[in-house]
Design a binder for this molecule. Structure first.
Ligand SMILES: Cc1cc2nc3c(=O)[nH]c(=O)nc-3n(C[C@H](O)[C@H](O)[C@H](O)COP(=O)(O)O)c2cc1C
Length: 154
């Protein structure tokens, strides 16, 4: 069964962060394999990805119970706490990007941002604007070219 979220991890300015994402897509753009994430303005992750436009996507293997990790990393900000320490995550440096891989969610996509765009409020359908952006916390889409993909060995 797929978990209700996976992790998006970043690193910049001498710190790391990871956050739960439910929005994201795998695809092909400009003939390159890409993973696109949508990050709201308010996320600490946004500060880090702007400072270092690289990230990893961290996916658990089938059968692993990562519900507590997904819940914690989706409700706490890296501004206030070290989520890696809180969840006792084992971090492995990325091979081709300066962002961490995570042993507990070993399927790893290493991505370099090749395009980003902040949502245009005027272009969003009225009902979606009301339901998802009552306080204007818009998403920025980051299209990351997948430059490396692997499953961390135990
Ligand atoms: C299941 C789930 C899915 C989420 N998906 C997203 C997402 O796609 N984009 C986003 O900006 N926030 C998403 N969030 C919220 C962030 O994970 C949450 O605000 C987190 O605390 C941000 O951490 P940061 O401030 O360290 O970046 C999601 C939360 C949960 C629980």
């Amino acid at each position: 069964m797929l978990p209700k979220g996976i992790l998006l991890s970043t690193s910049a300015n001498g710190e790391m962060d990871t956050m739960t994402i439910g929005w994201g897509s795998l695809g092909t753009d400009w003939s390159r394999p890409v993973f696109t994430v949508l990050v709201r303005k308010s996320r600490h992750t946004k500060t880090l990805i702007e400072a270092n436009p690289e990230f990893t996507i961290n996916v658990p293997l089938e059968g692993a119970d990562v519900r507590k990790i997904i819940s914690w990393c989706g409700t706490r900000s890296g501004r206030d706490t070290d989520k890696f320490a809180d969840c006792e995550l084992h971090v492995v440096p990325g091979e081709k990007v300066a962002a961490p891989a995570i042993a507990e969610l070993p399927l790893t996509l290493e991505c370099k941002v090749i395009y980003k765009q902040e949502q245009d409020k005027e272009a969003i359908k009225e009902d979606i604007l009301k339901s998802h952006y009552p306080n204007g916390d818009l998403h920025t889409a980051y299209i990351g070219e997948i430059v490396n993909a692997y499953i961390l060995e135990k």
